[in-house]
Design a protein around this ligand. Structure first.
Ligand code: PAF
Length: 267
């Protein structure tokens, strides 16, 4: 595996792969890789001639008071995991490489960014869209793999690609869960033992929402069914339980840690 810490080196390496007739799969991440990321890497390796991954904790997508400074990282472990999964190129830029000066150009995806995560974190999706646009510009034509766990992010990225005509095919990959239903997330490490025990309440609430929808409930009753499950868990503080299109979406706080999850309304 080649590790690149400059834009120039990563861009040239992927250009050379395509010049050699090889298709490129791209997996953008913020590192601290877990099985969810690995499922994306394996999919990219299986689908494409060459898989590339990026590890960059993007300051632009963190709001004031969020966990940018404490976001978990393990570059050495990540490199081992990425190489083990079959990644050929790993891009690990410093912040000064991605943002050498004040950022005056940002990308906003209206509509898809609004409400839910966009409501709770008003600058988040502009940060995501901006860094993803940069990564797509750097990587060039490719398939890009994103987890369904961040459902709203996936819709933002899809719309970004359509509206700005990036030569990128977005591939959505299913959420990977612990045996008790908790969706894998780098932020799960923040949970205390008690909070970790309580955290599968997100999945239980989604299942209750799905059951209510299956029984013919209207959206507000589906949301109420999800809310009721979370209310019964003393360590959980509901941020939102919502129905959007055919998706159930939920965000819950456990102390300072905020977790999100989602599920298709129908199985
Ligand atoms: O999902 C993530 O890890 C990040 O939001 C992404 C897409 C890598 C952009 O920083």
């Amino acid at each position: 595996m080649q590790v690149h810490d400059t834009i120039d080196s990563f861009r040239k390496a992927l250009d050379a792969e395509r010049a050699g007739g090889r298709t490129v799969g791209l997996v953008p991440t913020m590192g601290y890789l877990h099985e969810g990321h690995l499922s994306l890497l394996r999919r990219a390796v299986a689908d494409c001639d060459v898989a590339a991954a990026t590890i960059f904790v993007n300051p632009l997508q963190f709001g004031a008071g969020e966990d940018l400074a404490t976001y978990p990282s393990d570059l050495e472990g990540d490199s081992r995991l990425a190489a083990g999964a079959g990644v050929a190129h790993l891009f690990t830029p410093a912040t000064s490489e991605m943002y050498p000066g004040e950022v005056l150009t940002t990308v906003t995806v209206a509509g898809a960014s609004e409400g839910l995560e966009g409501g709770a974190r008003p600058t988040h999706f502009a940060g995501v869209a901006t860094v993803v646009a940069k990564l797509f510009n750097i990587a060039g034509p490719c398939r890009a793999y994103f987890g369904e766990k961040d459902w709203q992010q996936l819709q933002v990225v899809r719309r970004l690609v359509t509206d700005l005509s990036f030569p990128v095919e977005v591939v959505a990959c299913p959420t990977v869960r612990e045996p008790d239903g908790l969706a894998l997330s780098s932020r799960n490490v923040y949970l205390s033992t008690g909070q970790r025990r309580a955290a599968p309440v997100l999945y239980r609430a989604l299942l209750a929402g799905r059951a209510a929808a299956g029984a013919g409930a209207e959206a507000t009753a589906v949301e109420a069914a999800m809310t009721e499950v979370v209310s019964a868990e003393p360590l959980a503080d509901l941020d939102y339980a919502a129905v959007r299109d055919d998706r159930l979406l939920i965000a819950v706080r456990f102390g300072p840690t905020r977790l999100i999850d989602n599920l298709a309304m129908e199985e």
